[in-house]
Design a protein around this ligand. Structure first.
Ligand code: C2E
Ligand code: MG
Ligand code: MG
Ligand code: MG
Length: 275
């Protein structure tokens, strides 16, 4: 029910809703501070070529050490960053940081950076990519951006033009979490992707569930027909990796090959001879 608030108006918020709102505001304020004063950092998860077994690059994953609270998972703060518009600045910071860290990795290693649909729609992504490449000196061929279907829901000429301009820089574009949400085969044909990342939900059922296997086979076949490479995310077992190789999937990422780690640890692993 409506309650009188301190300023003589009425609030329709229950105590529970009010608590959530206060929490959210605090999170937003802390996130803004983290962006300005430091507190965000990136960890990197190796991506491995299934044929050679070699690490070819890594995905950058955002982390936030929130004062007094501890590690906040991205699933808990990216959405707030999107709602408040902070995602543009956070996304630009992430691109800049990832390029600066990846430039000291061994030759030929690439880095993949996640881009939020809201960040994409805000504009400024192209400029942020150019700034990160120029400032770091990273070769464009070593940078990949990961977008989700959320970006393509806004299926316009402008979306297509932005993706083409980005690709014109020489960077690669990967479609993340493929198979979830509104996956459309049309997207793969229409938009200029270099890579499809098969969503973890299909990989985790590989070997137990025949339909997951059929889906993986279909996605790999279709991607190859369109000239697009495939990488599977969330690979946790040797059996999953073997099935993926049998199906022609080129690359893998997952706990089996390495947890997300610091840039320094990753550089060491990249340089180390394979076991
Ligand atoms: P994503 O891009 O699909 O990233 C993969 C997530 O799966 C990561 O979670 C990773 O730690 C986790 N993962 C990797 N291998 C395995 C595995 O073998 N098993 C299991 N169970 N999980 C695995 P994380 O780091 O918590 O990130 C979650 C999501 O947050 C990401 O999903 C991405 O959508 C978003 N995110 C992370 N960093 C950024 C960023 O810099 N910008 C934006 N816009 N979003 C980000
Ligand atoms: Mg990703
Ligand atoms: Mg993913
Ligand atoms: Mg996923």
């Amino acid at each position: 029910q409506a309650k009188e608030n301190g300023r003589g108006g009425y609030s329709f918020f229950s105590p529970e809703m009010n608590r959530k709102l206060v929490e959210r505001r605090a999170l937003e304020a802390d996130l803004r501070l983290a962006l300005e004063k430091g507190g965000l950092y990136l960890v990197y998860q190796p991506q491995v070529d299934l044929e050679s077994g070699a690490i070819t690059g890594a995905e950058a994953l955002l982390r936030w050490e929130r004062p007094g609270i501890g590690n906040m998972p991205p699933d808990r703060f990216i959405s707030v960053a999107e709602e408040t518009g902070l995602i543009g600045q956070i996304g630009a910071w992430t691109l800049m940081q990832a390029c600066h860290e990846a430039v000291s990795w061994p030759e030929g290693m690439s880095v993949a950076v996640n881009v939020s649909p809201v960040q994409f729609r805000q504009g400024g992504l192209y400029d942020a990519v150019v700034a990160a490449l120029e400032s770091s000196g990273l070769a464009p061929g070593c940078l990949e951006i990961e977008i989700t279907e959320g970006v393509l829901l806004n299926d316009t000429d402008e979306t297509l033009a932005i993706l083409r301009r980005l690709r014109g820089l020489g960077i690669r574009i990967a479609m993340d979490d493929f198979g979830t949400g509104y996956s459309s085969l049309g997207y793969l044909q229409k938009f200029p992707f270099d890579k499809v990342k098969i969503d973890r939900s299909f990989i985790s059922h590989l070997g137990e569930d025949r339909s997951a296997e059929a889906i993986v086979r279909a996605v790999v076949g279709m991607s190859h027909a369109l000239g697009v490479r495939t990488i599977a995310e969330g690979v946790e077992t040797q059996a999953q990796a073997e099935l993926l190789r049998d199906k022609g999937c080129e690359a893998v990422q997952g706990f089996l090959f390495g947890r997300p780690m610091s840039a320094g640890n990753l550089a060491e692993q990249m340089a180390a001879p394979r076991a």
